[in-house]
Design a binder for this molecule. Sequence first.
Ligand code: PXP
Length: 247
Amino acid sequence: MKLGVNIDHVATLRQARYSDSLDLPQAEPDILAAAAACERAGAHGITIHLRADRRHIQDRDVFALREALTTKLNLEMGNSAEILAIALRVRPEEVCLVPENRQEITTEGGLDAAGQFPLLQPTLEQLHAAGIRVSLFIEPALEQIDAARRLGAEMVELHTGAFANAQGQAAADELQRLKVAAEHAAGLGLQVNAGHGINYVNIREVLTVPHLAELNIGHSIVSRAVFTGLGPAVADMLTAMSAAPRP
Ligand code: PXP
């Protein structure tokens, strides 16, 4: 079970103060130092989202991380020609295609892989031609998984946000949806990842979902890091992952 740490929020903090003066030596926190701290603590990869509005991660961060990482870079991106061109230059190990809406605070809902099939197909072809493995961030819905398979994606990232935000029976129902989706995806030969809203408490339930290969976690880790530092926050999550019983 692998952990990709999403460090967008580290860039969010930097941009809050230095968006107009990134060249200043004091433009902190340093995104490369943050990634290195995650890697030293055992993270298996670094995840970043280059958004069209550049609200956190900047183009220069993507290129710099590509050079500096010792693990792997998972670049999240919306399906736009502008960001695709950057991805093809950067050539991260992995791209995760996500829906992107300018108004949202973070990624909301999954990619409509079924509805946007003709728009996604050429993007996947170009990413694959560049040797990049592709994941689709989708709702745990069977038709979306089938579409991901038909598009030739190597991986799906199941959106755990609905589960994370639900309580009681609704949370149990969402967890069941995730389990059914994971079985279906694994049966089709897709690597099954999960992400969004995973924290140190709900991780135990998330890990009852079968076939999970990788989790992408950002907010809870960066939040804990405010108190503990990034290395211990990552290490705590890795400990929580290895302590949880697996199906
Ligand atoms: N996976 C994807 C595709 C995301 O867009 C995000 C950020 O919204 C995450 C994982 C991490 O989510 P969180 O910050 O809630 O852990």
